[in-house]
Ligand binder design. Structure first.
Ligand SMILES: O=C1O[C@H](COP(=O)(O)O)[C@@H](O)[C@H](O)[C@H]1O
Length: 242
């Protein structure tokens, strides 16, 4: 289930996570020269990105050593407001002057299958046989229990080999490109950030219910050796056992 961190609201929670990330980056960078950070999309992380891009973190985090990746992407043009990378550029990357060569977007200017294959190749070269993949993966959880682009009822939930894949999400009439459980579950740290009453019942099932990944895909995220933390606000935590 992982470790729970509950804050009174989204503002306090985002502040707590920004501080946690800052400390964690510093700790990891005492042992190596680069830090790999997987960004999530959706609406929830915007405030976190805004906080990280402002003082004190804009100055205290060594942004030139951070290498950015994405957990998933909506296969729409970069200029489209639904594009996950666009949001991260606007809220974080442009503001902290992240180095272009350290930013690895899931491309949407080519076909989704080609993009997924290209991303997998980049990751395999990047981690070159290392047992641990990313230093840090930030995940969201949709009200329906999806994480990354692992949506309820989709076969990608059960992917065992590919690190990155694409598929057509009929419910949203769009292709998705997504990391899969095999690569995320080899990260050193995975943090879910979830807020709001809309997620409370789903969160209860994900954390306290039976293992039903087809209904609650977030349950397949179980780091083999890394840490798993859930940063949630009181509204999202409302249905959990006391
Ligand atoms: O579609 C997506 O949704 C999830 C959850 O988003 P939120 O708006 O409920 O925070 C997000 O984690 C994912 O990256 C995104 O593609």
């Amino acid at each position: 289930m992982g470790q729970l961190h509950i804050a009174k609201d989204a503002v306090q929670l985002s502040a707590d996570l920004a501080e946690w990330i800052s400390n964690y980056i510093k700790e990891v960078l005492t042992k190596k020269d680069r830090f790999t950070f997987v960004l999530s999309g959706g609406s929830t992380p915007k405030l976190l990105y805004t906080l990280l891009s402002a003082k004190p973190y804009s100055e205290s985090i060594p942004w030139e050593k951070i290498h950015f990746f994405w957990g998933d992407e909506r296969a729409v043009p970069f200029e489209d407001s639904r594009n996950n990378a666009k949001m991260a550029y606007e809220e974080l990357l442009d503001k902290v002057g992240a180095k272009a060569e350290n930013i690895h977007v899931m491309r949407t200017d080519i076909g989704p299958e080609e993009s997924a294959a290209e991303y997998e190749k980049i990751l395999k070269q990047y981690f070159d046989g290392e047992e641990t993949t990313f230093d840090f993966v930030l995940l969201g959880m949709g009200d329906d229990g999806h994480t990354l682009s692992l949506f309820p009822g989709t076969s990608v939930i059960h992917e065992k080999d590919a690190w990155v894949t694409s598929f057509f999400l009929a419910a949203q009439d769009m292709y998705r490109i997504t990391l899969t459980a095999p690569v995320v579950n080899h990260a050193a740290a995975v943090v879910f950030l979830a807020v709001g009453t809309g997620k409370s019942e789903t969160l209860k099932h994900v954390l306290e219910g039976e293992f039903e990944p087809d209904t609650y895909p977030s349950q397949v995220i179980k780091p083999a050796k890394g840490k798993l933390l859930w940063f949630i606000d009181e509204a999202a935590a409302a249905a959990l056992k006391a």
